[in-house]
Design a protein around this ligand. Structure first.
Ligand SMILES: C[S@@+](CC[C@H](N)C(=O)[O-])C[C@H]1O[C@@H](n2cnc3c(N)ncnc32)[C@H](O)[C@@H]1O
Length: 383
């Protein structure tokens, strides 16, 4: 692993599945394969597209993206890239899943927290929204809502997520999105001392723990659709010394009282939902805030105005081959407009520089993306 990953792994928590030598070698192979696909094969496809796209534009086609796809499919390297992109993702979960399964008993024992500071509530009657239930997002077998009464799906998501991000999102803690969302909060409200904070779509709590650590006196909640994820998130947070209350519920309609939070945020959730759900989640974050409270929604830093054919085709391929239901919708949304429509004032939309530590990070927010992993797209507003 790179020096950064090793350094961060030293700080990781006991809940993360620990690979054997051979499992680690396999996980590193998958990581390197994904790097190769992304850094060596993909730029070639972009270069081919740059040659082909002007011809398609000149033809004034009604469906330029479909036409570009057709033309690209004529290139063997494009098909190889696409095949390897999907296959490396499948291999990722296979490599991590087997390693987690082997440690099932140890992980369950570690998840049995004798005197928890936070809590976990699961809802056996919970029905996952369609966009979650209809496919395995990121090709993770079973999907986000999968539950067999254990913590294992959460454990797969934790280790797999860190490998998926290629170690570039805070190593094994995978927490830079949360640090960055909180850094944004401190950028726009440096003296804020929230007493209640909610992380919507918190997954296994990687982005929730930074809020609990940054604001130790606040009551911090995290919600998501998966019971296994919630159990694992709870155990993980406890081992990291963070008091968080996790509950299984949809961010579209929660059971929290109106006006009961000072801060509500989400990290890379909206692109896994739907157009209707995005509006519902923004509206729910507004409903939950007390007057003057702040909502922050962080997304991948690739937001762009559509028109670049390669970007459009890439968005479609990501949706299709990595089961990202709303990738294109989330990347092309007008967030400032959506936030205003949800009733927010003081709306901001831009790029927050990636923070390793929310408190000490430079508080840089502006119109320019510094690129993937160097900045995150953020929209925020006040109730
Ligand atoms: C890419 S993950 C990000 C998890 C976490 N926020 C992080 O930064 O690591 C997106 C999460 O959003 C959750 N999600 C999607 N729709 C949701 C909904 N309607 N309610 C709650 N969670 C949702 C998914 O289950 C998934 O865990």
């Amino acid at each position: 692993m790179s020096g950064m990953v090793e350094a961060r792994e030293a700080q990781a928590h006991p809940m993360i599945a620990v690979p054997t030598h051979d499992e680690l070698v396999e996980q590193l192979f998958v990581r390197d394969l994904k790097m190769f696909v992304m850094q060596s094969l993909e730029p070639t496809q972009q270069a081919i597209s740059a040659r082909v796209a002007p011809e398609i534009v000149a033809q004034a086609s009604n469906n330029p993206v479909d036409d570009l796809r057709e033309r690209m499919l004529g290139f063997e390297s494009f098909k190889t890239w696409l095949g390897l992109k999907r296959e490396s993702q499948r291999q990722l979960w296979a490599a991590v899943g087997g390693s987690v399964e082997r440690q099932a008993d140890e992980l369950e024992a570690l998840a049995d927290i004798p005197a928890p500071r936070g809590s976990v509530t699961v809802d056996p009657a919970f029905a996952a929204p369609d966009y979650i239930a209809r496919g395995d997002i990121h090709l993770m077998p079973g999907g986000n809502a999968h539950d067999d009464g254990s913590v294992l799906q959460g454990a797969v998501m934790d280790r797999g997520g860190a490998v998926y991000m290629l170690g570039r999102n805070g190593g094994m803690l995978n927490d830079l999105r949360g640090q960055t969302a909180i850094a944004h909060l401190l950028t726009i409200a440096p003296d804020i001392q929230p007493s209640r904070i909610l992380d919507m779509g918190c997954g296994i709590g990687t982005s929730t723990v930074p809020a609990a650590i940054c604001f130790p006196d606040a009551e911090v909640h995290g919600i998501d659709v998966g019971a296994s994820m919630m159990r694992y998130a709870h155990a993980r947070a406890e081992h990291l010394g963070a008091a968080v209350h996790f509950s299984q519920q949809s961010a579209e309609h929660t059971d929290f009282e109106s006006g009961s939070f000072d801060v509500v945020y989400s990290c890379v959730v909206l692109h896994e939902t739907s157009q209707a759900a995005m509006a519902n989640i923004l509206a729910e974050s507004r409903r939950l805030l007390r007057p003057g409270g702040i909502a922050i929604h962080l997304e991948v830093p690739l937001i762009h105005t559509f028109g670049d054919l390669w970007q459009e085709l890439s968005a479609e391929l990501e949706a299709q081959f990595n089961n990202e239901p709303n990738w294109r919708g989330a990347l092309s949304a007008d967030y400032a407009q959506l936030m205003r429509a949800a009733g927010f004032a003081d709306v901001r939309a831009g790029y927050q520089s990636t923070a390793f530590d929310a408190r000490s990070a430079p508080k840089e927010f502006g119109d320019t993306s510094h690129g993937v992993f160097r900045s995150w797209f953020v929209t925020s507003g006040r109730a």
